[in-house]
Design a binder for this molecule. Structure first.
Ligand code: F6R
Ligand code: ZN
Length: 185
């Protein structure tokens, strides 16, 4: 017996559509431990959207040897001089890697190893980024329009947000003279 089916999900342009898509939005109010300038943050609306994520999880979280797929949409903006960015995480299973592929906009992938050495890679349409294991990652929108990228990661990777929430990254991405600069914290 054989069969021909429609795909479960459509990924067209920058949109991910299908009944099994999980969507989450992060606002400034969700990210109070993330941005450095607390006075600038307090002066902004807590319901200001910072990023949306749409994910396709075809297998249960934690499944060995499965894959997950997601699209992240980061709004343009800054808190003080720091660009809008994602929370950032290590993978719970530290050796799990990930690919990011930029679809639209301009930004920076900020990477920090377990010795807290931080570096950044420029993101622009078409840029492909391999995030090795043992490396915390977050992305910042450095442009005036949405930054959109896709991500592919192992379904058993998990996310450790706690260590970033406690210690942050050693470098923060700020605007200086109109340019993004990785400054030490
Ligand atoms: C998955 C991954 C991305 C991020 C997304 C939001 O491992 O790295 O899909 O989850 O960019 O960032 P966080 O998860 O740090 O809020
Ligand atoms: Zn990740």
């Amino acid at each position: 017996m054989s069969s021909i089916n429609d795909p479960a999900v459509l990924f067209q342009g920058t949109t991910l559509e299908g009944p099994e898509i999980d969507r989450v939005t992060r606002t400034l109010g969700d990210l109070t431990d993330v941005f450095s300038d607390k006075d600038a943050l307090a002066a902004m609306a807590a319901d200001q959207k910072v990023y949306d994520v749409a994910c396709y999880f075809p297998v249960a979280d934690g499944t060995t040897a499965g894959l997950f797929f997601g699209i992240t949409y980061i709004y343009p903006g800054k808190v003080g001089t720091e660009y809008f960015m994602t929370r950032g995480h290590f993978h719970q299973l530290r050796d799990r890697g990930e690919f990011y592929h930029c679809l639209e906009g301009e930004g920076m992938l900020i990477l920090m190893d377990e010795d807290r050495q931080t570096r950044a890679e420029k993101m622009y349409p078409g840029s492909l980024h391999y995030i090795p294991g043992h490396t915390a990652h977050r992305t910042a929108n450095t442009g005036n329009s949405m930054l959109v990228f896709s991500a592919f990661w192992p379904s058993d990777a998990g996310h450790d947000y706690q260590s970033i929430s406690e210690k942050g990254f050693s470098g923060i991405l700020v605007e200086q003279n109109g340019e993004p600069v990785l400054a030490s914290k």
